[in-house]
Design a protein around this ligand. Structure first.
Ligand SMILES: Nc1nc2c(ncn2[C@@H]2O[C@H](COP(=O)(O)OP(=O)(O)OP(=O)(O)O)[C@@H](O)[C@H]2O)c(=O)[nH]1
Ligand SMILES: [Mg+2]
Length: 319
Protein backbone atom coordinates (compact mmCIF):
# COMPACT_ATOMS: atom_id res chain seq x y z
CA UNK A 1 0.00 0.00 0.00
CA UNK A 2 1.59 3.33 -1.02
CA UNK A 3 1.65 5.46 2.11
CA UNK A 4 -0.69 8.45 1.99
CA UNK A 5 2.25 10.70 2.65
CA UNK A 6 3.81 9.84 -0.66
CA UNK A 7 0.84 10.96 -2.71
CA UNK A 8 2.74 14.15 -3.59
CA UNK A 9 5.67 13.87 -5.95
CA UNK A 10 9.02 15.40 -5.10
CA UNK A 11 8.30 18.04 -7.73
CA UNK A 12 4.94 18.95 -6.16
CA UNK A 13 6.52 19.21 -2.74
CA UNK A 14 9.34 21.33 -4.11
CA UNK A 15 6.93 23.73 -5.81
CA UNK A 16 4.78 23.92 -2.67
CA UNK A 17 7.74 24.70 -0.43
CA UNK A 18 8.99 27.43 -2.75
CA UNK A 19 5.49 28.92 -3.00
CA UNK A 20 5.25 29.16 0.79
CA UNK A 21 2.48 26.56 1.08
CA UNK A 22 2.41 25.57 4.76
CA UNK A 23 0.47 22.36 4.31
CA UNK A 24 2.96 21.10 1.74
CA UNK A 25 5.88 22.25 3.91
CA UNK A 26 4.53 20.15 6.78
CA UNK A 27 4.05 17.22 4.48
CA UNK A 28 7.55 17.58 3.08
CA UNK A 29 9.01 17.50 6.57
CA UNK A 30 7.14 14.31 7.34
CA UNK A 31 8.40 12.75 4.15
CA UNK A 32 11.94 13.75 5.11
CA UNK A 33 11.42 12.21 8.52
CA UNK A 34 9.90 8.93 7.45
CA UNK A 35 11.16 8.21 3.95
CA UNK A 36 14.92 8.70 3.67
CA UNK A 37 15.11 8.19 -0.09
CA UNK A 38 12.33 10.60 -1.01
CA UNK A 39 13.66 13.01 1.59
CA UNK A 40 17.09 12.95 0.03
CA UNK A 41 15.62 13.41 -3.45
CA UNK A 42 13.65 16.44 -2.27
CA UNK A 43 16.71 17.84 -0.53
CA UNK A 44 18.67 17.54 -3.77
CA UNK A 45 15.86 19.09 -5.81
CA UNK A 46 16.05 22.17 -3.57
CA UNK A 47 19.78 22.71 -4.12
CA UNK A 48 19.34 26.00 -6.00
CA UNK A 49 17.24 27.43 -3.20
CA UNK A 50 19.32 26.70 -0.12
CA UNK A 51 22.21 28.47 1.54
CA UNK A 52 20.47 31.65 2.66
CA UNK A 53 19.34 30.65 6.16
CA UNK A 54 21.41 31.00 9.31
CA UNK A 55 21.37 27.70 11.17
CA UNK A 56 21.76 28.00 14.91
CA UNK A 57 21.97 25.00 17.24
CA UNK A 58 20.99 25.00 20.91
CA UNK A 59 22.09 22.06 22.97
CA UNK A 60 22.37 21.28 26.68
CA UNK A 61 21.07 19.06 29.44
CA UNK A 62 17.37 18.27 29.77
CA UNK A 63 15.62 21.13 31.53
CA UNK A 64 18.47 23.62 31.04
CA UNK A 65 15.95 26.00 29.57
CA UNK A 66 16.82 25.56 25.89
CA UNK A 67 13.22 25.94 24.70
CA UNK A 68 12.63 28.93 26.96
CA UNK A 69 15.78 30.54 25.55
CA UNK A 70 14.72 29.75 22.00
CA UNK A 71 11.28 31.20 22.68
CA UNK A 72 12.82 34.47 23.87
CA UNK A 73 15.28 34.42 20.98
CA UNK A 74 12.43 34.05 18.48
CA UNK A 75 10.83 37.17 19.95
CA UNK A 76 14.11 39.03 19.52
CA UNK A 77 14.57 37.87 15.92
CA UNK A 78 10.96 38.66 15.03
CA UNK A 79 11.47 42.23 16.27
CA UNK A 80 14.08 42.50 13.55
CA UNK A 81 11.67 41.18 10.98
CA UNK A 82 13.40 37.83 10.58
CA UNK A 83 11.44 34.66 9.83
CA UNK A 84 12.30 31.81 12.15
CA UNK A 85 11.87 28.03 12.01
CA UNK A 86 12.61 25.69 14.90
CA UNK A 87 13.37 21.98 14.75
CA UNK A 88 13.19 20.40 18.19
CA UNK A 89 15.00 17.10 17.85
CA UNK A 90 13.54 14.27 19.83
CA UNK A 91 15.86 11.28 19.84
CA UNK A 92 13.77 9.36 22.36
CA UNK A 93 10.45 9.20 20.59
CA UNK A 94 9.64 7.28 17.42
CA UNK A 95 6.78 9.62 16.62
CA UNK A 96 6.59 13.31 15.95
CA UNK A 97 4.15 15.96 15.03
CA UNK A 98 1.77 18.21 16.82
CA UNK A 99 1.12 16.08 19.86
CA UNK A 100 4.62 16.54 21.26
CA UNK A 101 4.50 20.28 20.92
CA UNK A 102 2.84 20.78 24.29
CA UNK A 103 4.56 22.58 27.12
CA UNK A 104 7.73 20.66 26.40
CA UNK A 105 8.53 23.14 23.73
CA UNK A 106 7.52 26.37 25.49
CA UNK A 107 7.23 28.46 22.41
CA UNK A 108 3.45 28.65 22.44
CA UNK A 109 3.32 32.41 22.19
CA UNK A 110 4.61 32.17 18.63
CA UNK A 111 2.17 29.58 17.32
CA UNK A 112 -0.10 32.19 15.75
CA UNK A 113 2.77 33.98 14.01
CA UNK A 114 2.87 33.20 10.30
CA UNK A 115 6.58 33.82 10.11
CA UNK A 116 7.44 31.34 12.83
CA UNK A 117 7.38 27.60 12.24
CA UNK A 118 7.95 25.16 15.09
CA UNK A 119 8.20 21.42 14.74
CA UNK A 120 9.59 18.45 16.59
CA UNK A 121 11.54 15.84 14.71
CA UNK A 122 12.11 12.15 15.23
CA UNK A 123 12.88 9.11 13.11
CA UNK A 124 12.24 5.43 13.32
CA UNK A 125 15.56 4.84 15.00
CA UNK A 126 17.75 3.78 12.09
CA UNK A 127 21.43 4.36 12.64
CA UNK A 128 22.32 7.89 11.66
CA UNK A 129 18.73 8.47 10.58
CA UNK A 130 18.18 11.42 12.82
CA UNK A 131 21.13 13.41 11.54
CA UNK A 132 20.22 12.62 7.93
CA UNK A 133 16.62 13.74 8.55
CA UNK A 134 17.77 16.88 10.37
CA UNK A 135 20.12 17.77 7.53
CA UNK A 136 17.36 17.44 4.91
CA UNK A 137 14.73 19.16 7.07
CA UNK A 138 17.06 22.11 7.59
CA UNK A 139 17.43 22.43 3.83
CA UNK A 140 13.66 22.29 3.34
CA UNK A 141 13.17 25.12 5.85
CA UNK A 142 16.00 27.12 4.29
CA UNK A 143 14.38 26.78 0.86
CA UNK A 144 11.00 27.72 2.35
CA UNK A 145 12.47 31.15 3.07
CA UNK A 146 13.13 31.13 6.79
CA UNK A 147 15.98 33.48 7.66
CA UNK A 148 16.97 31.56 10.75
CA UNK A 149 16.61 27.84 11.43
CA UNK A 150 17.05 26.88 15.06
CA UNK A 151 17.87 23.27 15.93
CA UNK A 152 17.24 22.29 19.56
CA UNK A 153 18.85 19.05 20.79
CA UNK A 154 19.09 17.50 24.24
CA UNK A 155 22.34 16.42 25.81
CA UNK A 156 25.64 15.49 24.26
CA UNK A 157 25.24 12.00 22.85
CA UNK A 158 26.92 11.26 19.52
CA UNK A 159 23.72 12.02 17.61
CA UNK A 160 23.48 15.42 19.26
CA UNK A 161 27.09 16.23 18.55
CA UNK A 162 26.60 15.25 14.92
CA UNK A 163 23.52 17.40 14.68
CA UNK A 164 25.19 20.33 16.43
CA UNK A 165 27.82 20.27 13.67
CA UNK A 166 25.13 21.08 11.13
CA UNK A 167 24.60 24.47 12.69
CA UNK A 168 26.62 27.50 11.63
CA UNK A 169 26.74 28.44 15.28
CA UNK A 170 26.17 26.14 18.25
CA UNK A 171 25.04 27.56 21.57
CA UNK A 172 25.66 25.29 24.57
CA UNK A 173 23.14 26.08 27.29
CA UNK A 174 24.35 25.49 30.83
CA UNK A 175 22.81 26.12 34.23
CA UNK A 176 24.40 26.98 37.58
CA UNK A 177 23.92 24.95 40.71
CA UNK A 178 24.64 21.48 39.33
CA UNK A 179 28.22 21.57 40.55
CA UNK A 180 29.93 24.62 39.17
CA UNK A 181 33.53 23.50 39.39
CA UNK A 182 35.75 22.67 36.45
CA UNK A 183 35.48 18.90 36.88
CA UNK A 184 31.71 18.93 36.48
CA UNK A 185 31.83 20.47 33.00
CA UNK A 186 31.72 17.81 30.31
CA UNK A 187 34.66 17.90 27.91
CA UNK A 188 32.40 17.17 24.93
CA UNK A 189 30.67 20.51 25.44
CA UNK A 190 33.88 22.44 24.93
CA UNK A 191 34.36 20.80 21.57
CA UNK A 192 31.04 21.83 20.12
CA UNK A 193 30.41 25.21 21.78
CA UNK A 194 30.69 28.35 19.68
CA UNK A 195 28.88 30.29 22.38
CA UNK A 196 28.32 29.38 26.04
CA UNK A 197 25.05 30.52 27.53
CA UNK A 198 24.67 30.34 31.29
CA UNK A 199 20.89 30.31 31.55
CA UNK A 200 18.98 30.55 34.84
CA UNK A 201 21.56 33.12 35.87
CA UNK A 202 19.00 34.24 38.44
CA UNK A 203 19.99 31.13 40.42
CA UNK A 204 22.97 30.86 42.79
CA UNK A 205 26.24 29.51 41.44
CA UNK A 206 26.35 31.68 38.34
CA UNK A 207 29.64 33.51 39.11
CA UNK A 208 31.34 30.20 40.00
CA UNK A 209 30.20 28.52 36.79
CA UNK A 210 31.29 31.52 34.74
CA UNK A 211 34.70 31.48 36.41
CA UNK A 212 35.11 27.74 35.78
CA UNK A 213 34.23 28.16 32.10
CA UNK A 214 36.72 31.01 31.73
CA UNK A 215 39.40 28.90 33.38
CA UNK A 216 38.67 25.90 31.17
CA UNK A 217 38.77 28.01 28.02
CA UNK A 218 42.06 29.60 29.01
CA UNK A 219 43.58 26.15 29.54
CA UNK A 220 42.84 25.04 25.98
CA UNK A 221 46.00 24.18 24.15
CA UNK A 222 46.85 24.79 21.41
CA UNK A 223 45.02 28.11 21.58
CA UNK A 224 41.81 27.63 19.61
CA UNK A 225 40.95 29.61 16.47
CA UNK A 226 37.83 30.82 18.21
CA UNK A 227 37.20 31.29 21.92
CA UNK A 228 33.50 30.95 22.68
CA UNK A 229 32.04 33.99 24.41
CA UNK A 230 30.22 33.36 27.68
CA UNK A 231 26.81 35.00 27.93
CA UNK A 232 24.38 34.97 30.87
CA UNK A 233 20.61 34.84 30.53
CA UNK A 234 17.40 34.55 32.47
CA UNK A 235 15.26 33.31 29.64
CA UNK A 236 12.02 33.33 31.61
CA UNK A 237 12.40 37.12 31.80
CA UNK A 238 13.87 37.51 28.29
CA UNK A 239 17.07 38.81 29.91
CA UNK A 240 20.42 38.42 28.19
CA UNK A 241 18.90 37.60 24.80
CA UNK A 242 20.25 40.66 22.93
CA UNK A 243 23.70 39.76 24.30
CA UNK A 244 23.21 36.20 23.09
CA UNK A 245 22.30 37.50 19.65
CA UNK A 246 25.40 39.70 19.63
CA UNK A 247 27.63 36.72 20.49
CA UNK A 248 26.04 34.64 17.70
CA UNK A 249 26.64 37.49 15.22
CA UNK A 250 30.25 37.80 16.36
CA UNK A 251 30.75 34.12 15.70
CA UNK A 252 29.17 34.50 12.26
CA UNK A 253 31.59 37.31 11.45
CA UNK A 254 34.46 35.14 12.58
CA UNK A 255 33.31 32.34 10.31
CA UNK A 256 33.63 34.71 7.36
CA UNK A 257 37.37 35.06 8.02
CA UNK A 258 40.05 32.72 6.68
CA UNK A 259 40.20 30.79 9.95
CA UNK A 260 36.44 30.48 9.90
CA UNK A 261 36.58 29.02 6.41
CA UNK A 262 38.88 26.28 7.68
CA UNK A 263 36.40 25.53 10.45
CA UNK A 264 33.50 25.33 8.00
CA UNK A 265 35.42 22.99 5.79
CA UNK A 266 36.01 20.68 8.73
CA UNK A 267 32.32 20.80 9.50
CA UNK A 268 31.33 19.94 5.94
CA UNK A 269 33.62 16.94 6.02
CA UNK A 270 32.10 15.77 9.27
CA UNK A 271 28.56 16.04 7.90
CA UNK A 272 29.62 14.29 4.71
CA UNK A 273 30.96 11.37 6.71
CA UNK A 274 27.76 11.07 8.69
CA UNK A 275 25.64 11.07 5.56
CA UNK A 276 27.96 8.56 3.97
CA UNK A 277 27.69 6.22 6.97
CA UNK A 278 23.94 6.43 6.86
CA UNK A 279 23.82 5.87 3.10
CA UNK A 280 26.07 2.83 3.39
CA UNK A 281 23.91 1.33 6.09
CA UNK A 282 20.69 1.74 4.17
CA UNK A 283 22.26 0.64 0.89
CA UNK A 284 23.78 -2.42 2.55
CA UNK A 285 20.49 -3.34 4.20
CA UNK A 286 18.74 -3.13 0.87
CA UNK A 287 21.35 -5.28 -0.84
CA UNK A 288 21.14 -7.95 1.82
CA UNK A 289 17.41 -7.81 2.29
CA UNK A 290 16.52 -10.81 0.14
CA UNK A 291 19.21 -12.96 1.74
CA UNK A 292 18.13 -12.31 5.31
CA UNK A 293 15.58 -15.15 5.56
CA UNK A 294 18.36 -17.57 4.70
CA UNK A 295 20.49 -16.21 7.54
CA UNK A 296 17.58 -16.43 9.94
CA UNK A 297 17.07 -20.07 8.99
CA UNK A 298 20.76 -20.78 9.58
CA UNK A 299 20.60 -19.04 12.94
CA UNK A 300 17.71 -21.16 14.11
CA UNK A 301 19.77 -24.35 13.76
CA UNK A 302 21.00 -25.68 17.11
CA UNK A 303 24.49 -24.42 18.06
CA UNK A 304 24.58 -22.16 15.05
CA UNK A 305 27.82 -20.31 14.44
CA UNK A 306 26.70 -16.68 14.47
CA UNK A 307 29.90 -15.36 12.96
CA UNK A 308 29.78 -17.89 10.13
CA UNK A 309 26.18 -16.93 9.39
CA UNK A 310 27.24 -13.31 9.26
CA UNK A 311 30.14 -14.12 6.92
CA UNK A 312 27.78 -16.02 4.64
CA UNK A 313 25.52 -13.00 4.47
CA UNK A 314 28.32 -10.48 3.95
CA UNK A 315 29.51 -12.58 1.03
CA UNK A 316 26.65 -11.02 -0.96
CA UNK A 317 27.96 -7.52 -0.25
CA UNK A 318 31.30 -8.29 -1.76
CA UNK A 319 29.88 -9.81 -4.91
N1 LIG B 1 14.79 30.20 37.23
C1 LIG B 1 14.80 30.05 35.91
N2 LIG B 1 14.09 29.05 35.34
C2 LIG B 1 14.13 28.92 34.00
C3 LIG B 1 14.88 29.80 33.17
N3 LIG B 1 14.74 29.40 31.90
C4 LIG B 1 13.93 28.31 31.91
N4 LIG B 1 13.55 28.03 33.18
C5 LIG B 1 12.66 26.93 33.60
O1 LIG B 1 13.31 25.69 33.41
C6 LIG B 1 12.36 24.67 33.07
C7 LIG B 1 12.79 23.92 31.83
O2 LIG B 1 12.73 24.81 30.73
P1 LIG B 1 12.72 24.29 29.21
O3 LIG B 1 12.84 25.52 28.36
O4 LIG B 1 11.61 23.39 28.94
O5 LIG B 1 14.08 23.48 29.18
P2 LIG B 1 14.65 22.56 27.99
O6 LIG B 1 16.11 22.61 28.12
O7 LIG B 1 14.08 22.97 26.69
O8 LIG B 1 14.09 21.14 28.39
P3 LIG B 1 14.03 19.80 27.47
O9 LIG B 1 13.63 20.20 26.07
O10 LIG B 1 13.02 18.94 28.15
O11 LIG B 1 15.41 19.24 27.55
C8 LIG B 1 11.03 25.39 32.93
O12 LIG B 1 10.30 25.24 34.12
C9 LIG B 1 11.42 26.84 32.72
O13 LIG B 1 10.44 27.75 33.15
C10 LIG B 1 15.60 30.86 33.81
O14 LIG B 1 16.29 31.66 33.17
N5 LIG B 1 15.53 30.93 35.17
MG1 LIG C 1 13.08 21.82 25.20
Amino acid sequence: VPPRLLKHSVEELRAGILAGNRALLARALRVVEEFPEQGAALSTALQNHVGRARIIGFTGNPGAGKSTVVNAYITHLRQQGLKVAVLAIDPSSPFSGGALLGDRIRMNEHFADNHVYIRSMATRGQLGGLSRATFDATRVLDAAGFDVVVIETVGVGQDEIDIAQMAHTTVVVMVPGLGDDIQSIKAGLLEIADVFLINKSDLPGTPQLEKSLHTLLSLASPAPLWTPPIVKSTATEHKGIPQLHEAVQKHRDHMLTKEGAALSQKRSLHIFQQLLDQALVSHGRQLLHTHLPQSLAQLSAPNSDIRAVLDNLLFYLKN
